[in-house]
Design a protein around this ligand. Sequence first.
Ligand SMILES: Cc1cc2nc3c(=O)[nH]c(=O)nc-3n(C[C@H](O)[C@H](O)[C@H](O)COP(=O)(O)OP(=O)(O)OC[C@H]3O[C@@H](n4cnc5c(N)ncnc54)[C@H](O)[C@@H]3O)c2cc1C
Length: 421
Amino acid sequence: MRVGVIGAGATGLTAAYDLTRSGQEVVVLEAAHELGGLAGSLLIDQVPLERFYHHLFGTDRAIIELIGELGLADRLRFHATTTGIYHRGRLHAFSTPADMLRFSPLPLVDRLRFGLSSAAIKAVRHGERFNDVAALDWTRRWAGRRASSVIWEPLLAGKFGNRAAEISMAWLWARVHCRTFKLGYLDGGFAQLYTALAERVTLEGGKLEFGRKLSTISQAGAGRPVLVSTEDGSRYEFDRVLVTVPQPAFAKAVGADPQDSLWQNHYLGATCFVLELDRSVIPYYWLNVNDPEFPFLALVEHTRMIPPREYGGRHLLYVGNYVPRDDWRFVTPPEELLDRFAPFIRRINPDFDLSWVKRWHFSRSGFAQPVVTSAYRAWIPPHTTELPGVFLATMAQVYPQDRGQNYAVAMARKVVRDHLS
Ligand SMILES: Cc1cc2nc3c(=O)[nH]c(=O)nc-3n(C[C@H](O)[C@H](O)[C@H](O)COP(=O)(O)OP(=O)(O)OC[C@H]3O[C@@H](n4cnc5c(N)ncnc54)[C@H](O)[C@@H]3O)c2cc1C
């Protein structure tokens, strides 16, 4: 079979790898000029670093298996990282149950309630029971109003903005339940995984074409070829097509009616700075900024997980956000954005000065996080589509788990196994 794969992110590359190994003729069409999609990388002192902060959990079985298959297992290491919360002008350690019990913004009784309710989430084996429950309703009831307003509400509001109250508890359950304290990272970056996949695809005779932004997909009926066109005017004929791009790009390509369910799920965009600094800014790997006045959601100091010596001595700080595509933080030029963010970084570390920043990088993606409301589940499309030769494997079909490389790999392998082998 001649199979077209649209998108060279984690899903598309894993699918292309499995397809070429099973003897299919594969062409991957990618809009960008690089591999990896949301897990794509830039270079720091010649070492790849993800544009958006990335790590794995010990429970990420599918990707750990793939890393092993590609001969990269010795590069995957799990690190005991630290987490903090910035609340009302102060930093609080929040890495271990003992830290949570010492979390002074809450009275002891609320800390205990928070701890017990989190343990309960960990203990629940099947998150489906939370499908129709709003996360904030659950946390207010079981963690208590105060713990919910200090811990959960700022996190959900920071991530989902004015949709926070609609977010499903099933999604929050999966985030808490499936996560491990130790975080995994590939020494030398996840780019190695995507490069290895692309190399295997080409070695097996597959092709990767960059700068090919999907424009239309059509098929006159079962057994007829699937016709694909890209915005640069290229045209292709395939027996089967696997689409891994954001759902709206697929809906547009097949000319779905605006009322069609394909359009009903919404995504937020993401913006992220990588600051290359001559010193450390925060004492943790991950800092949740639980303050609605702040224009960013989290600071992630990557070099608290992987030492600065791996990046020519630079300390690397991500400043991350999820925002709608029309939000000022999505559209403001990055130089100006950094100037506007700097006073807030200084509130976290009063010594911080922009002169510490030796270089910076800015990345933006319009389709980075589906808005996982309680209604969301009903709109998740199946992997089969109205066109018999076209299959969909996209981030928005990952549920209730939070989207992630592991679920992209697992989904790609399942769709290839079930529909394309
Ligand atoms: C801020 C942030 C932090 C994250 N942190 C983590 C983490 O710590 N750990 C983790 O495992 N995951 C994390 N993720 C999620 C992870 O990056 C994604 O789940 C995963 O990369 C999704 O892969 P994908 O291939 O399904 O989608 P994508 O990565 O979106 O790939 C889709 C590909 O299709 C291409 N494309 C889009 N439109 C078109 C078109 N019209 N024509 C052709 N090509 C097109 C894109 O350029 C892209 O290459 C994070 C994501 C973000 C945004």
